[in-house]
Design a protein around this ligand. Structure first.
Ligand code: SF4
Ligand code: SF4
Length: 349
């Protein structure tokens, strides 16, 4: 048997060398996932016109620095001009373009754009079986997602998958390596369930879904990532829990990430998205800072628990010693571990 190079596992360090633009071009969606973080009261319900999308894309100066674009919704393929928006992004200098989709691929998107424009089509699937996935994402969504991946691969697109781990699907993570291999994925992104959107408020919608414990996360997620990498697939997952001696960094201070919504709000931190504390906004198609107090004031706070927003919105994942000190710190939700199959190297976000 051919000897296999060991996988390289590393923490992807924050960097200001690249700007990462997460652009929700609409919030409308055909699905009603139990954990959906979209909150129309806070994010708006508009479908942005193409012209507006193009102007807002230009605001991040992609011609003068490395720029990565993730086009999101809602379901972004419901936007009739998604392909034109992606083409414009490429033309003005975005280095990488990803479309995040639930797999239904509306508006014949695969016929209107191509792998020269789109680096990845990223599909969301929350179970290795229809039973588990469809209980979270809705009846028929498993089959639609798998069919979408197959169609995209057949047209030459690189595909990736996002699996949001919760108590409702942790038990199927161990089946993902085989499924990921069969689907021919280039990358797998394991996500942690955030307590925001429906997960924060509507307990009926979220059913029995919750965040997994620290022990469950540490026992299951890194091992699953290694097993997926065994099939030559790059895996990324959030660090979540910092070990003793590891440095805490808030991406709001040291990285360049922007989360844009159709109502013009622009956040630097995903955990702030349920609140009107965005640090930036588009006004007359110009990106401007919002008045204080906003999320930027929170980024400056140093607390023993690590991430300030985690302490405020999902304190259930913290644990304290008898003397009141936290047992561990929670990393920035944007801090990722990456497992690359047998390839040394270094990347930044
Ligand atoms: S596919 Fe995405 S946007 Fe649509 S309901 Fe599910 S989580 Fe929300
Ligand atoms: S998740 Fe926490 S650490 Fe990360 S940007 Fe938000 S406030 Fe900062």
């Amino acid at each position: 048997m051919k000897p296999r190079l060991p996988h390289e596992k590393k923490t992807v360090s924050f960097s200001r060398e690249a700007v990462n633009v997460f652009f929700h071009i609409l919030t409308r969606c055909n699905l009603r996932c139990a954990h959906c973080y979209i909150n129309p009261d806070q994010h708006g319900a508009d479908t942005l016109p193409l012209e507006t999308i193009c102007r807002w894309l230009e605001a991040f100066s992609p011609a003068t620095r490395r720029a990565n674009l993730i086009l999101l919704g809602g379901e972004p393929t419901l936007h009739p001009d998604l392909a034109l928006a992606a083409a414009h992004a490429r033309k003005i200098g975005y280095d990488s373009i990803t479309i995040d989709t639930n797999g239904y691929l509306f508006n014949d998107i695969l016929d209107k754009t191509g792998p020269d424009t789109i680096d990845y089509i990223s599909f969301s699937l929350d179970g290795a079986t229809p039973e588990t996935n469809d209980a979270i994402r809705g009846k028929g969504s498993y089959e639609a997602c798998l069919a979408g991946i197959q169609k995209a691969s057949a047209k030459g697109f690189a595909t990736s998958l996002i699996y949001t781990v919760s108590t409702a699907n942790l038990h199927e993570l161990s089946a993902m390596p085989d499924l990921a291999r069969r689907l021919g994925l280039s990358r797998l992104f394991i996500q942690v369930l955030g307590i925001r959107g429906k997960s924060a408020g509507d307990t009926t919608a979220r059913k029995d879904m919750g965040q997994v414990s620290r022990k469950q996360w540490q026992n299951e997620v890194p091992a699953a990532a290694q097993a997926v990498a065994d099939h030559g697939i790059i895996v990324t997952y959030p660090k979540v829990f910092l070990e003793e001696g590891e440095v805490f960094e808030c991406a709001g201070r040291v990285a360049d990430n922007y989360f844009i919504f159709p109502n013009g709000r622009v956040y630097r931190c995903p955990l702030c998205e349920d609140f009107p504390i965005h640090g930036l906004a588009f006004e007359n198609d110009r990106l401007v800072e919002t008045p204080r107090i906003n999320e930027a004031d929170l980024f400056e706070l140093d607390i023993a628990e690590g991430c300030v927003m985690n302490r405020l919105v999902q304190p259930g994942n913290l644990s304290y010693r008898p003397d009141g000190r936290p047992e561990y710190r929670i990393a920035c939700c944007l801090l990722k571990e990456e497992v690359r199959p047998g390839k040394p190297g270094r990347t930044s976000i």
